[in-house]
Ligand binder design. Structure first.
Ligand code: SF4
Length: 64
């Protein structure tokens, strides 16, 4: 399972970075998954970040 940020949806609120800075960062003002952290989907902070993304831009593949 992989964590991804849809650049078409993300508007750079930064909420994901606030909630899980060890996994998310910003690139050019938009949310992004840190290199090497794409498979950290079992981290509750990642799920919290995905659920809290105001534009629903964060996906965890294989998740309902
Ligand atoms: S919380 Fe969502 S909209 Fe905000 S920076 Fe992260 S991915 Fe983008």
């Amino acid at each position: 399972m992989m964590i991804t940020v849809d650049p078409e949806r993300c508007y750079g609120s930064g909420d994901c970075v606030y909630r899980a800075p060890h996994v998310f960062t910003t690139v050019d003002g938009f949310g992004a998954v840190r290199e090497g952290r794409e498979a950290a989907d079992d981290d509750p902070k990642v799920r919290e970040a995905a659920e809290g993304c105001p534009s629903q831009a964060i996906s965890i593949a294989g998740r309902d």
